[in-house]
Design a protein. Structure first.
Ligand code: MGD
Ligand code: MGD
Ligand code: SF4
Ligand code: MO
Length: 741
């Protein structure tokens, strides 16, 4: 067996579980990944992505030199360029000067509101902190957001309203201490695989009861005591009916309700009408099952709730999450080990990016931009004149693109996101992208979004840089550079510092906000000096297993579970709810409900996993159809079908499976050849602004022969290749910039 020259321990770049990895390296090449058995998060376990999905860093399509578009792009007529010949390789100086010139020009001409940035839940805390600092301190804009908007925004708003804090309340591994737990809107075995292992252990080894509430028959249903297969978009009636039963049968934890919550009376009146019969009529879930689930959760010693996108990605995502929070309030299943309200955060560092202020409403540490007490603290930290920082809430991701027009947003800076795959209604998103006057992308690949850019800044991957990620249960862990940066790529934090200094000199700033860091540890020290929850987070203390925030001071051990004594807002607040149907119910013309989501082997728009061996494990998009529906339509397994909504159409193979319930079809959104988001609807939750990815109406037709031939010709990695790339098989080594062909 190959002997490594060295190993490096670090954190997985994929999901929010935050598994610890050991990279085995020979000749500056990572050839194997294992995991330490004493890692508290994953105890030696890894899913297929953590174990094998790192090879994208060596993929020949990866771009490691700064690039500028050859043909200048015009607002309104911006095009996508996937071909190397359409770009010019430039030096870092030229690329950074151009970006600084254009951003400053647009800022001087149109003001702060014309600039916006998408931050990156894949990048480190330090990277995100610096990019929001650059846009807030230098350009005075709060138009800063990231993929959390498309993700747990509904949960975040609901938890803020009810509790005053939006993170997972407990540690995922505590699930083995629960005697009953609800998993809803979360396909945990595919999307948080290592947490799912702990859930299975809770059931099989510790005898816990599991209640699954989900329209799809995902793997955890095999472990569940009860499965409530609800129609997509009917969370509020189902969970409100559970609250109804808990109140009617007096299964309420009165001590908790009386001492820790407020607003019960109005709430109790509002759930009068949510009888199990009423909920059954709307959701399709048997009334007896709803009552049984209510009793099982309410009478547990330690009950916990875990949830995912099936709760938040709806045009009433906030209400859905509130309907879950009420169950924990009524039963007092929060503030103790093995209980809690646990939104499973998705990206490796989405918790961290949110903590770092990668959002339009908050400075780092969730300090509201429009609360007059907060801006002065950051003005002092960033050397900004008093009153200088913008105190108005900025635009969200979805709003930033919708406002890309003269008088609105003119320049967008995207660090590691792919809205041209991840936003709903892509045909419209495309039109918005075309309206931008200037687009900068900082990424590893020319993905569907980067292809629209004027300038490409090549960043290093997680394997080539130092920093920290904060996982789903608030654990801040080290990311350690294992190999030299590929080609001329630079860590995100360095690119931002290089650029910010150029911007400051063009703006003629006399008081620098400070960009002279020699190591990300110094950035973390700056964060900890102002954000109380990160005060005790220093690199020296993170060495082995990281620390769970809040870490109030340098001796504080971190916080495994929250809210033992009180909530940040004082008492937990009940919110009376109404049932609001999804924005686009099925009808005669579009008779199926489309729900979208993920598969184990792939990641979002596929930029990373489709440039990895993982693509060979799951090479093609499929639409999952229930056998009853397939029989009615005469569709057989593997047949090519055309799926259309009012916004777009795609062609792909059918997968006939009982995993999806009758009337509902499922398409993963990883595949550009059949992008699910061409179909999805851009209806938004009014408060959280999260799109309704989980329900829209579609029709399914058998494909024409021509379309079927196209699908048959798909190959693994058939998505795009960066033409002119090195011959397959050659592994580009670190070193000087690659020559352009
Ligand atoms: N392999 C892989 N893992 C990932 C990701 C990835 O791309 N690939 N992405 C990461 C990210 S960013 C995130 S946010 C997480 C997401 O993780 P999940 O939340 O598990 O994501 P989804 O696949 O979108 O599945 C959501 C579940 O909601 C269910 N659902 C749909 N509609 C409803 C509804 O109306 N009510 C209820 N109760 N359930 C419903 C679906 O059937 C599905 O089981 O995964 C993370 N992990
Ligand atoms: N239909 C449908 N759409 C959805 C969802 C759904 O369930 N259904 N889910 C939504 C959710 S929950 C989410 S979170 C979003 C995700 O949406 P996005 O965040 O837009 O998707 P990703 O593909 O994860 O994009 C990450 C990008 O970062 C780059 N990258 C990786 N590492 C680094 C790094 O260190 N530095 C830099 N600069 N770049 C890096 C990758 O190459 C990639 O291009 O999608 C949303 N869209
Ligand atoms: S469970 Fe998540 S963090 Fe762990 S190896 Fe898989 S993708 Fe990585
Ligand atoms: Mo997400």
């Amino acid at each position: 067996m190959l002997k490594p020259d060295r190993t490096q321990s670090t954190t997985c770049p994929y999901c929010g579980v935050g598994c610890n990895l050991i990279l085995h390296i020979k000749d500056d090449f990572i050839y194997r990944v294992t995991s330490p058995f004493d890692a508290v998060v994953n105890q030696g376990n890894l899913c297929v992505k953590g174990r094998f999905g790192y090879d994208f860093i060596y993929h020949p399509d990866r771009v490691t030199t700064p690039l500028v578009r050859k043909v200048p792009q015009q607002a309104g007529a911006r095009t996508q360029a996937f071909d190397r010949s359409e770009w010019r390789q430039v030096s870092w100086d030229e690329a950074l000067d151009l970006v600084a010139d254009r951003l400053v020009e647009i800022y001087r001409r149109d003001g702060a509101g014309a600039l916006a940035a998408y931050l990156c839940a894949k990048a480190t805390n330090e990277d995100n902190y610096l990019l929001q600092k650059m846009f807030r301190a230098l350009f005075r804009t709060n138009h800063i957001d990231h993929c959390t908007r498309l993700c747990h925004a509904g949960s975040v708003v609901a938890l803020q309203q009810a509790i005053g804090s939006s993170a997972m309340s407990n540690t995922a591994a505590e699930v083995i201490k629960s005697d009953c737990f609800i998993v809803t809107g979360s396909n945990t075995t595919e999307n948080h695989p290592i947490i799912a292992l702990q859930m299975k252990a809770a059931v099989r080894k510790h005898g816990a009861k599991l209640i699954v509430v989900d329209p799809r028959r995902m793997e955890l249903c095999d472990y569940a005591t009860l499965w409530l297969p609800l129609r997509p978009g009917t969370n509020v009636p189902v969970f409100s009916a559970m609250a109804h039963v808990i109140l009617k049968e007096n299964l309420v934890n009165w001590e908790f309700v009386n001492t820790r919550t407020e607003g019960l009376e109005d709430f109790a009146r509002s759930v009068e009408k949510f009888t199990p019969e009423y909920a059954e009529a709307i959701s399709g879930v048997d009334r007896g099952l709803i009552a049984a689930a209510a009793r099982m959760y309410a009478t547990a010693e330690r009950g916990a709730i875990y949830w995912g996108m099936g709760i938040s990605q709806l045009s009433h995502g906030t209400a859905s999450a509130l309907s879950l929070i009420h169950l924990a309030f009524l039963t007092g299943h929060i503030g103790r080990e093995g209980t809690g309200l646990n939104p499973l955060r998705g990206q490796n560092n989405v918790q961290g990016a949110s903590d770092m202020g990668a959002m339009p409403f908050h400075f780092p540490g969730y300090m509201a931009v429009d609360d007059p007490a907060n801006a002065p603290r950051w003005e002092a930290a960033w050397n900004v004149e008093p009153g200088g920082l913008n105190r108005k809430r900025g635009l969200t991701t979805t709003e930033i693109l919708a406002n890309a027009h003269p008088g609105g947003v003119r320049a967008l800076y995207i660090m590691g996101e792919n809205p041209m795959m991840s936003e709903p209604n892509l045909n419209q998103t495309r039109q918005h992208m075309q309206q931008l006057e200037f687009l900068v992308a900082q990424d590893l690949f020319i993905n569907e979004t980067v292809a629209f850019a004027d300038v490409f800044l090549p960043s290093t991957s997680w394997a080539e840089k130092d920093g920290t990620f904060t996982n789903t249960d608030r654990r801040v862990q080290r990311v350690r550079s294992a190999i030299l940066p590929r080609g001329a790529s630079r860590p995100d934090w360095q690119i931002i510092c290089n650029l910010a200094q150029r911007i400051e000199s063009r703006l003629g700033v006399t008081r620098s906000a400070g960009w002279q860091y020699t190591h990300p540890a110094e950035i973390m020290a700056e964060i900890g000096a102002v954000v109380p929850e990160y005060t005790g987070v220093t690199y020296a203390r993170l060495e082995k297993n990281g620390l769970q925030t809040p870490v109030w001071d340098s001796g504080h051990p971190g916080t495994p579970f929250l809210f033992a004594k009180s909530f940040p807002r004082g008492r937990g607040k009940f919110h009376p709810l109404e049932y609001v149907p999804t924005a686009e119910p099925p009808d005669d013309e579009f008779p199926f409900i489309l729900t979208t989501g993920r598969v184990l082997e792939h990641w979002h728009g596929g930029t990373m996993t489709r440039h990895s061996k993982l693509d060979e494990l799951y090479p093609q998009a499929t639409v999952e159809i229930n056998p009853a529906d397939a029989a009615l339509m005469g569709v057989s397994d593997g047949q090519v079908v055309r799926v259309a909504s009012r916004r777009g159409a795609i062609t792909l193979r059918a997968q006939v499976t009982p995993k999806t319930t009758a009337g509902v079809v499922f398409i993963p959104f990883h595949f550009a050849e059949a992008a699910a988001n061409l179909l999805t609807i851009d209806a938004l939750d009014p408060q959280a602004k999260i799109p309704e990815f989980k329900a829209c109406a579609v029709q399914i037709l058998l494909a024409q022969a021509e379309e079927a031939r196209l699908v048959a010709a798909w190959e693994p990695r058939g998505r795009y290749t960066w033409r002119g790339s090195p011959p397959a098989g050659r592994i580009p080594r670190s070193g000087p910039p690659e020559p352009m062909p």
